[in-house]
Design a protein around this ligand. Sequence first.
Ligand SMILES: NC(=O)c1ccc[n+]([C@@H]2O[C@H](COP(=O)([O-])OP(=O)(O)OC[C@H]3O[C@@H](n4cnc5c(N)ncnc54)[C@H](O)[C@@H]3O)[C@@H](O)[C@H]2O)c1
Length: 311
Amino acid sequence: MKTLLITGAAGGVATLLRRELAGRYRLRLSDLRPVKPNAPGESFTKADVASLRDALRISRGVDAILHLGAHSVEGDWETILNANIIGGYNLFEAARRNGVPRMIFATSNHAVGFYRRDQTIDHTVYPKPDGRYGVSKIFGESLASLYSDKYGMRCFCIRIGNAGPVPIDKRRLSIWISPRDLAQLVTIGIEHPDISFEIVYGVSANTRSWYDNRNAYRLGYRPQDNSEPYAAELLKVHRPGDPRAELYQGGAFVVSEEIENPAPLPRKAARKTAGKRGARGATRRAAASKAAVRKPTAGKATATRRRRAAR
Ligand SMILES: NC(=O)c1ccc[n+]([C@@H]2O[C@H](COP(=O)([O-])OP(=O)(O)OC[C@H]3O[C@@H](n4cnc5c(N)ncnc54)[C@H](O)[C@@H]3O)[C@@H](O)[C@H]2O)c1
């Protein structure tokens, strides 16, 4: 039986997938947060993907990696840099050094979130990320391309729409993927003999899809689910939000944090900027910047609602 390393194993997607993949693979679960192995063949190793040493430790001797461990919504630059950019690099590099032949990379619809909803896009469109998070996913896709071309790693990038038991709003009618459909894609990434570098959309067979997912179909994907049975009920309760969020596929991500640069400036640079623009203005901007960055995490319930609404 093949061994699959799952990073981000304490997260929502991994929790859905563990149920689907149990019994098919030996699952080596890893996360910053603890996870309780609860099926035969599951084990847990704590690790921070921002550490190359940790990445090397957890990826030794596995047949494939499903890289889910990341900051999974928009965030400040430091967070995205460490978890997604450095973390992504570490996982690919550790896989290379340990001779892991396959990488399944969880990328996102937010890598192409600035395409309009009246467009149908396929796997060949150029990137249009809708935030720092989306940029980090494009970075991961680029790593996949590089490690495939240069080192022969078989890399399968799944631009996940929104994974969950059911779609829960209008936007998700177009991007939803059921757990069993996502597990089918992951299995293609682990098993398909002809993959070198591929991008597919992680969506079910949704009638309202924004994606031409023929690349996934070419590789044998046969989705079992469609969001349409949920449409009438969800459309009944839909309240349009910001017009730009309604216009673009990325939804709320395209309008989140509309500030120059939400990353805190290094102290020296901040003092210089304050001198140039006026200290009070800079303080106000810094406070606004902090508030905007903090906004998504203001209160657990609010944060959860925002994450659900946005992804
Ligand atoms: N949920 C979706 O529908 C969706 C959609 C598109 C893409 N994705 C991608 O799929 C992956 C999983 O998403 P999710 O919804 O389960 O996210 P999640 O936030 O529920 O889980 C992510 C997990 O990664 C872990 N993590 C974060 N930083 C880490 C680090 N430095 N080292 C080790 N672990 C770290 C977290 O502790 C968390 O358990 C993410 O990469 C996300 O970007 C998810």
